[in-house]
Structure formats: C-alpha cells, structure tokens
Design a protein around this ligand. Structure first.
Ligand code: NI
Length: 386
C-alpha cells in the first residue's frame, strides 16, 4: 500500500499551496494571512467544524468519519523564521527578513491535503482533528493552544506530529519510542564584581576572570555530574564584558542554552549549575545571579502510538524506508507539550539532500508531499478503522 492515488492527484494543488505559503512567510504568532489561508480551505473542503483564534492565531478543523469513534489530533506548524532567504526560487519570500526555512510551509500544505482527502472520503470511525499552530519557533504556540483548551474542547485522545528532516531520503521516515528531541532551556548569568585599573587587580573583583572560571566549571557538570551514558549539552554562546584594554570591568554577562533528553538530567543540570555558581561566588567575592529559564520539554514518544506510526509509515514507504531507531536530536520542538498532554508520536519525513533547517538556502522538498500526506491519511484510517 504505497502512495495513495487520490493523494497523488491532489499533489499539484498541495504543492501550489506550499509555494504560496513559502512566498508569504509570517513569524511567531503573527501568522494572520497563513491562518486565514488555512481556515478558508478547511471550510471549502467541508470540515464539520473550523475554529480560528485558538492560542491567538491557531486554526483547528474537525472532520467526522462515517461512524462515531475515537478522536485523533494531527498537528502542523505554520510559522516561518526571521531569516533573509537566499534560494533564488521563483516563489521565494516576498517579505524581507522572513523565510520558511524550517519547512513549516510544507507541513501546513501536507496537512491541508490530508484534510481535503479525509473530508472527501471519511473512511474512518470517529473524528480527525487537524491542528495548525503558530509560534513553534520559540514561542510555544503548541502550549498556547493547549492552554486555550485544544485537547478537552475537541476531545482529542491521541496526537501526532511530523517534521521534515534534511539528509534523510525523500520517501523515508524516522522515529523512535521514548525521547526523540531535547528539552531546551535558556540560561543567563550576570556577574557583578568590582572594576578598577588593570595594573592593580588586587583592588578589584575581576568579572572577566570569574566569568572564565564559570565557563570552564559549568562544562565540568556535563563531564563529571551527568552519567556518561546520558545526554546533556551546555553551551555558553554569549560572553560580554569590558570596553578597553586597561580597565578591569565590574560586570560580565554570560548567556547560553541547556539541552537534555530526560527530565531527571534536566533537573540535575539546573541544580548543579546553581551549586557551581554559588561556589564561584563564594570563592571570588563576586555577586552572581543565574537565571535558569525552562523552555520546551523533552519530546517523548509513547511506545504504543510510535508502533502504530511506524507501521503506517512502513505501509506508505516500505518497511525498509522506516528507521524505528532514529538517533535522538538535540534540537527542540514544542510538540513536546502535546505529548505531555496526550499519548502520541512525532515522526520525521525525509527532505532529501537539501540545505539544513534554518539555513538561508533551505527549501522544503515538494517530492515529499505525497509521502507526508499519505502518512496522515493512513494514520487516521488505521487508528480509527471504520
Ligand atoms: Ni521546524
């Protein structure tokens, strides 16, 4: 059971929607044109219910099957990125400084295609809820929709997400049970020492030296506190201090990110960071304030739903094209919140040999449309068999 013939027929339309969305990127919650585009089509397909403005600018469509039954949620993201496009495509971004560099144009178009097919055929028992969220890129749009009642209002019992993956062949899929993408926390550290003449360091508390000690000591948490068989990343990406070469500055600022694949490792990272900061403050005499800001949680795939997703993907692509032991990715995804709220699974679909995600030369691969759309359709028809 490879690609669905009707989906292949719909491909030119889906591709045209994708390219239209690509030319008109919008970022974060400011996805008004995209949301209107989605809602208009969902209504035209004959969805039983179309709700806009959920989680500010999210859109939800409900498609009822032939008979009553369970409720499945399928999620796509609609937002683009603040990146200047460098693709030279005929349908490149018309908005300077904004670009669909993560393929959310493709995700949105594929789920629209699936919605059209499902509304035409209704060969399932229960309801398919198609979810189009804003602000995946750092704005926690998924959480905003959940807090606006997404799961309860539509009675969603299980939820699935999909993202394209450059480097994986078109027509292939990848996933794994358990943690598949990392948690993403922001850290900032403000150091307040005592400035002074560079020739008299003994009369200062050198914020640059304190910051340097912190950068090194914090890395020892990853190598000495975290179990070597577990995963953690701590990256200090900003180190700001000083103005001139002969003055020891009084303050310094560090900023960075922490990524982990397990809640307990995440807790350990935060706890140990606080202890290291206190220790260096005591030793140096500087005042050090650590702000540990928790962002997206770990994306944890549920076992039973991952099995179903893998089976459906195998039906589309052939079992050999489905990697069910995908190496976890240390990037983050706010679909994590949906998997905290309901059982489900997140899957990657191959984008071929394209530029990487968030790269100015990236483009979603239209050849992947038939595979992604067929996956959504069969997932509904399998989990909610009529
Ligand atoms: Ni993305």
């Amino acid at each position: 059971m490879p690609i669905i013939p009707r989906v292949a027929e719909l491909q030119p339309d889906i591709q045209a929607w994708r390219r239209d969305l690509h030319a008109h990127p919008e970022v974060m919650y400011d996805v008004h044109r995209t949301a209107a585009f989605v809602a208009e089509r969902l209504r035209a397909f004959g969805c039983d219910e179309v709700v806009t403005g959920l989680g500010q600018t999210g859109v939800v469509g409900v498609i009822k099957g032939r008979r009553p039954g369970g409720v499945i949620g399928l999620r796509a993201d609609m937002d683009a990125l603040p990146i200047e496009e460098e693709t030279n495509l005929s349908y490149a971004s018309k908005t300077p400084g904004k670009m669909h560099a993560c393929g959310h144009d493709g995700h949105t178009a594929m789920l629209l295609g699936a919605a059209q097919y499902l509304a035409e055929t209704r060969n399932f028992a229960g309801s398919a809820v198609v979810i189009f969220q804003p602000a995946e890129e750092g704005g926690a749009g998924a959480l905003a929709m959940i807090e606006d009642g997404l799961m309860d209002r539509f009675g969603i019992q299980q939820v699935y997400g999909m993202h394209n993956n450059p480097g994986m062949p078109v027509g292939s899929f990848g996933l794994r049970p358990g943690p598949i993408m990392a948690s993403m926390d922001r850290i900032s550290i403000n150091i307040e020492g005592r400035g002074g003449h560079a020739a008299y360091p003994h009369k200062t508390i050198d914020s640059v030296l304190v910051g340097s000690q912190l950068v090194v000591a914090l890395q020892s948490i990853v190598s000495r506190s975290v179990n070597p068989l577990e995963s953690a990343v701590l990256s200090i990406c900003v180190f700001r201090a000083g103005e001139v070469g002969n003055v020891i500055p009084s303050t310094a600022e560090l900023r960075g990110t922490v990524r982990t694949l397990k809640p307990e490792v995440r807790d350990l990272m935060e706890q140990r960071m606080n202890e290291v900061v206190q220790g260096i403050a005591l030793q140096s005499g500087a005042r050090i304030v650590l702000t540990y800001d928790r962002g997206y949680p770990v994306v944890v795939n549920h076992a039973a739903e991952t099995d179903i997703a893998a089976r459906v993907a195998g039906g589309i692509a052939g079992a050999a094209q489905v990697n069910t032991d995908l190496v976890p990715i240390m990037g983050a995804e706010d679909f994590a919140y949906m998997l905290e709220a309901r059982p489900g699974a997140f899957i990657f679909c191959g984008n071929g040999d394209s530029a990487g995600l968030h790269h100015p030369a990236y483009n979603f691969n239209d050849d992947a449309i038939v595979f992604g759309t067929s996956y959504w359709v069969r997932l509904v028809e399998t989990t909610l068999a009529a």
